[in-house]
Design a binder for this molecule. Sequence first.
Ligand SMILES: C[S@@+](CC[C@H](N)C(=O)[O-])C[C@H]1O[C@@H](n2cnc3c(N)ncnc32)[C@H](O)[C@@H]1O
Length: 200
Amino acid sequence: MKNETPSDRNQGPIFEVLKEVIGDDTVKIFEIGSGSAQHAVFMAPQLKNVVWTTSDVASNQQMIKDVLAKAKVENIKGPFLYEVGKDNFPRVPYDVIFTANTFHIMSWKQCKTLMKELGTRLREGSQVIIYGPFNYNGEFTSESNANFNVWLKERNPESGIRAFEDVNANMIKNGFTLYKDYEMPANNRTLVYTRLDFVK
Ligand SMILES: C[S@@+](CC[C@H](N)C(=O)[O-])C[C@H]1O[C@@H](n2cnc3c(N)ncnc32)[C@H](O)[C@@H]1O
């Protein structure tokens, strides 16, 4: 029997959110920090109205290429080389930005850079979907998240579970409104934002 990881178990619920957010619209999705491209490979074949572009930092490009070559999913593109804080955000009018398990890996400075770039590059009505663990009211939402944060910080002191309130304030500052904060399995959340017609 295949060993199921927590991340495999979350794919179904993330897919349900994505389906609800996208509906029947034909959309271009850009994924940031695709990692093993597992979300793209699981979701894109089930979303025929979507073209899904994967991206990641340079060191993950070959892994994604290998996974995509094996998966042969027609509506997945990339990987695009995009390291937040280093590379320019692609000049393509994406409708939906999806990123999973990246905010607690990137430094807070990189998270802020990303939110600023999203505000600059996305047009009114575009959506941003951020999946991962978040803290609320200065508290971890579970003991396992608190332990995970210790592990993250030992690995890289710049990583760490972000406060929902900080992410939300930055998204609002950059022209977004919170559409919905979905509770997900394993003490994770999916934050969905919509770009407003915003004049700085
Ligand atoms: C924990 S993995 C998550 C991978 C995948 N999204 C998932 O949910 O399984 C974090 C990902 O963020 C990427 N990442 C880290 N720093 C980044 C940056 N500055 N810009 C873009 N991606 C970054 C890593 O390369 C890695 O693929």
